[in-house]
Ligand binder design. Structure first.
Ligand SMILES: Cc1cc2nc3c(=O)[nH]c(=O)nc-3n(C[C@H](O)[C@H](O)[C@H](O)COP(=O)(O)OP(=O)(O)OC[C@H]3O[C@@H](n4cnc5c(N)ncnc54)[C@H](O)[C@@H]3O)c2cc1C
Length: 391
């Protein structure tokens, strides 16, 4: 039997961030990360908008988390770059575009709310926001449809989820984290966490971070627990453009977005399919919807060259906020999931928090994120959802 000081299950952005933090906090200890590279993983499918501000107000806990995540990136990026790794992160700015008069009229209200958040949390990851007219928006982004103006957030970054995941994994393994490939199950005697079983082989460990995204309940259910997380399929289209790249991220009031990476890769979408279950295969309906919406937002995409469609399962929370923390009646089991559509933004921050909790510390995680809301007094799963699916 293998024995580890810490085990992380799940090798997406959250899991690898946790593993890196664990090994950096205490070099030399045995940290094992287990991942089964299943299809439908969210991190390699994610579009890559890393913004602390969302057009729809998600509440103060999310704001705290997302602005905090900008500082987590600020600490993480130099560590990866100094090690010679490319984290796939670039500040490109973001335009929230108004496609009609009505949307243009609501921009000042959005700017006012954003300025309030910046006054509270600082401008890292946003810069100095301003409303620009349609002509300025057109010069900033040549593929766009004529607009009625836009809210410009000049310091918003985009991140390539695959590049970041690879950089995190490379750095963590260079420092000694052991990567195991296989499907993990939790082992417990009911009151104590004993370890994980990976394809039949046991790894003894009393402190485990569960960063298994949309599949977290499959590990918890045998223990009578749950995470409040369900899979939401998201599809995005990738294409290539000859336009000067990179370009600012374009987001819209219809939740359609367009990213253009430095290598000319265009990313457009997404779909948000709450009733997908665990079926991650892309659909013709999804493709059609994305192409129509993207073309309306940016007719210039018509000349882009087709690359691929990516599809992944977002770990969505039934009550709209992440599930983050230790399960009180099963000490040592730390859940870190439920980041929904914000996981590429918040993943490094949440992963670092998970590592600190696994080390017995208490980072400032909002009380609303507690996994106890899904676990009854006796430690059994709460069967009814506290609120309908949200976020
Ligand atoms: C189309 C799309 C667009 C998105 N765009 C953005 C965006 O622009 N900005 C943003 O911030 N976020 C975005 N997201 C959300 C973001 O991608 C996710 O929130 C984030 O990647 C979740 O990371 P994770 O580590 O929690 O989960 P995942 O990346 O899904 O990782 C979970 C891992 O656990 C492993 N696993 C599960 N069960 C087991 C088991 N039993 N044993 C071993 N391994 C197991 C899986 O193989 C997987 O590797 C997008 C998502 C999608 C799908």
């Amino acid at each position: 039997m293998d024995v580890a000081d810490r085990v992380v299950v799940g090798g997406g952005i959250v899991g690898w961030s946790a593993a890196l933090e664990l090994i950096e906090r205490e070099p030399g200890r045995r940290v094992v990360l287990v991942d089964d590279a299943r299809s439908g993983r969210a991190t390699p499918a994610g579009a890559g908008i890393a913004t602390p501000f969302t057009r729809r107000d998600m509440g103060p806990d999310w704001s705290e988390l997302l602005f905090g995540a900008m500082h987590a990136y600020d600490r993480l990026l130099p560590r990866l770059r100094d090690a010679g790794l490319d984290p796939g992160h670039q500040v490109v700015g973001r335009l929230l575009v108004a496609l009609d008069e009505q949307e243009a009229e609501s921009l000042p209200g959005v700017l006012e709310r954003l300025r309030g958040r910046v006054a509270e949390h600082g401008s890292l990851g946003i810069g100095e926001p301003e409303i620009v007219d349609g002509a300025t928006a057109a010069t900033l982004h040549p593929l766009l449809a004529p607009t009625h103006g836009a809210l410009l957030m000049p310091q918003v970054a985009q991140v390539d989820g695959r590049a970041l995941q690879a950089a995190l994994a490379a750095r963590a393994q260079a420092l000694g984290v052991v990567a195991r490939t296989g499907r993990a199950e939790l082992i417990s005697d009911g009151a104590h966490l004993l370890g994980v079983r990976v394809d039949g082989e046991r790894i003894g460990c009393e402190r485990i971070v569960l960063a298994t995204g949309a599949w977290t309940d499959a590990l918890l259910e045998p223990l009578g627990l749950r995470s409040g997380v369900y899979p939401q399929r998201g599809q995005i289209v990738h294409a290539r453009t000859d336009a000067a790249a990179p370009l600012p991220i374009v987001t819209s009031f219809t939740e359609t977005y367009l990213l253009c990476f430095a290598d000319g890769r265009l990313v457009m979408g997404p779909t948000r399919e709450d009733s997908s279950g665990f079926e991650q295969t892309p659909t013709i309906g999804g493709l059609r919807e994305m192409l129509e919406r993207s073309h309306r937002l940016a007719p210039g995409v018509a000349t882009a060259h087709w690359s691929e469609i990516r599809s992944g399962l977002r770990p969505m929370s039934h009550d709209g906020v992440p599930t983050m923390g230790e399960i009180a009646h099963l000490p040592g089991l730390v859940l870190a999931t439920g980041l929904g559509a914000q996981g590429l933004t918040a993943g490094p921050h949440v992963g670092a928090w998970a590592a600190q909790i696994a080390d017995g510390e208490a980072p400032p995680v909002p009380a609303a994120f507690s996994p106890q809301r899904w676990v009854g007094e006796a430690g059994r799963a709460v069967s009814a959802s506290p609120a309908p699916p949200g976020a």
